[in-house]
Design a binder for this molecule. Structure first.
Ligand code: GDG
Length: 522
């Protein structure tokens, strides 16, 4: 049996179908709604005049939630960002998806130019994002950003309430763009059960307290029944913020916060990836042929190839990674012409100055390093600034002898998990920043400190010269520690179902005039 046939991953039999029955068991009679900034399908004008084509924007979460929505048949509320989105919706701004076999409703929220500038690029990405990534120096506080953030969150809430109508529902919010929407929904529909997953770090109270609207943001999230974070530390930070900045009561044993008679539970629920999808894309004859082509391109003279895959974001530590590689080639000349680095860095949020500065810095560093060490036969750094198709990415992960994740702060970091999942031959090394959520689970990675590039160069060298058997051993352990995104969803549902039943049950018993233990005896 080959390595590809016997993945050593922690296997649990969770699939979209079993998630569907789990949902129905935990949330009887409730419809399922998801709300996120990004939509799972975009409609675009095709080359043919008047024709529309559909695209699934790349993104692990949207592609993982889509089969679940397809199985449960609910509604997904999101910003309609595609240029032809408005041309295909009905009177309630909705369209059934997937287009070939419609199974659920995509309900679109329209954003104007000002909305995008102030709610998305402004409050979300120039205030909350830097604040949560411990960069208060990059925050931009503007009253108009906050006002628009409130308005757009209110619009999401109205669409949700309208879509639910007289029915009962479970609504799952995603991420930092929608911190206020849960409170707006709760005002109108106290009977709904609401959960939120916060994908990025939650900062310590000393940082969060500089938010002028800290209390409002906390109350927005506390309207949920469950708020999930990537790590226990983020849960603690959130509860400490609630304790210091609101009048809520904290129950540290239960990890919950109560305000205005409503209790919100806070849990660490680390996210993962669709392991099988990456492994399948990295396996088979087509992948192997593609791998050979890439090997010829990046390693015509042989040697080792390293990979980095990051959005071009200052939280990802790309300049620090390049500095460490520069030290590596400077101090250990034996690695020149022997180690090539491929960095996929897709530009993101390009209208924001800090991102523009970063792009220029990364371009400059690449030029300087390639000028300094490059030869006629060898280019040290290949910088790819465009999004690669998912299957190409999986092949690159498999090809790479090592992967460097050097985030300065990162809620989880899915790239680390994708690299490990795609290591069909089990020989790659993962160098992983201590400041990622992933580092908490992946202790057999080589943990690095991106704030210390000189030491990082030493760590890279030490890792590269490890005996092959040790590398296989480490990769096996890493693969054994991975669980799938479907396990994550099952964990979210179980926690959410548990807290919902605990809330609903006493109310139902009171309606029936029963004491709690009377029903247990019955
Ligand atoms: C946030 C949190 C948390 C990148 N380039 C290409 C491409 N990608 C994909 C990767 C990966 C995703 O983008 C990036 O995910 P990360 O987890 O690394 O980072 P964020 O975008 O900052 O995500 C993070 C995550 O939410 C989930 O909760 O882990 O901490 O910051 O999936 O593969 N995909 C394709 N081509 C590319 O060129 N197809």
């Amino acid at each position: 049996m080959t390595a590809a046939e016997s993945p050593p991953f922690a296997q649990k039999p969770v699939s979209s179908a079993s998630l569907e029955s789990l949902f129905r068991e935990l949330f009887p009679g409730r419809r399922f709604l998801v709300a996120s900034n990004r939509e799972p399908y975009e409609h675009l004008w095709s080359e043919e005049v008047g024709e529309v084509r559909v695209r699934m924007p790349p993104g692990g979460l949207t592609s993982a939630l889509d089969p679940l929505l397809q199985a449960l048949g609910g509604t997904w509320v999101a910003w309609g960002s595609g240029e032809a989105d408005a041309s295909v919706v009905d009177d309630s701004d909705s369209v059934r998806v997937p287009p070939d076999d419609p199974r659920y409703t995509l309900r679109r929220i329209w954003l104007t130019h000002h909305d995008i500038h102030r709610y998305y690029l402004g409050f979300s990405n120039q205030f909350l994002w830097p604040l949560c990534h411990l960069r208060p120096d990059l925050t931009r506080i503007r009253a108009r950003y906050w006002e628009r953030y409130r308005k757009v969150n209110r619009r999401f809430a109205e669409a949700i309430v309208d879509d639910v109508r007289g029915e009962s529902a479970a609504v799952w919010f995603q991420d930092y763009h929608l911190a206020l929407a849960p409170a707006y929904v709760r005002e109108r529909r106290p009977d709904l059960t609401l959960a939120h997953f916060w994908h990025i770090p939650w900062p310590p109270v000393d940082i969060f307290r500089l938010a002028p609207h800290a209390e409002r943001l906390l109350h927005g999230l506390m309207a949920n029944d469950l708020v999930g974070f990537q790590l226990p530390t983020f849960c603690d930070n959130f509860l400490r913020c609630a304790q210091a900045l609101t009048n809520a009561e904290i129950d540290w044993r239960e990890r919950s916060v109560t305000s205005g008679g409503h209790t919100c539970h806070v849990r660490a629920l680390p996210i993962s990836i669709d392991i099988d999808a990456f492994r399948a894309a990295a396996s088979g004859p087509t992948a192997e042929a593609q791998m050979e082509r890439l090997r010829q391109r990046y390693l015509p003279g042989g040697g080792l190839v390293g990979i980095g895959v990051d959005r071009l974001d200052y939280s990802k530590g790309i300049p620090e990674k390049f500095k460490a590689l520069e030290f590596l080639w400077e101090r250990y000349p034996e690695f020149r012409e022997r180690v090539t680095f491929v960095q996929v860095a897709v530009p993101s949020r390009t209208d924001i100055e800090a991102y523009d500065d970063l792009t220029q810095k990364v371009d400059r560093q690449t030029r300087e390093i390639n000028d300094r060490f490059g030869t006629d036969r060898w280019r040290p750094i290949h910088l790819i600034k465009q999004s690669l198709p998912a299957d190409r990415l999986a092949v690159l992960y498999r090809l790479a002898d090592f992967c460097i994740v050097s985030s300065l702060q990162d809620g989880m970091n899915l790239v680390a998990k994708e690299y490990v999942a795609s290591q069909v031959d089990c020989r790659g090394l993962l160098l992983l920043s201590r400041f990622t959520g992933a580092a908490e689970e992946m202790s057999d990675a080589t943990l690095i400190n991106p704030y210390d590039p000189e030491q990082m160069a030493v760590d890279i060298r030490d890792a590269l010269v490890l005996p092959a058997e040790r590398k296989v051993e480490m990769m096996n352990t890493l693969q054994g520690s991975l669980s799938t995104i479907f396990d994550w969803m099952a964990d979210v549902f179980c926690e959410w179902g548990g807290v919902t039943q605990a809330r609903v049950r006493p109310a139902r018993l009171a309606d029936e005039g029963l004491e709690d233990d009377e029903e247990i005896v019955a």
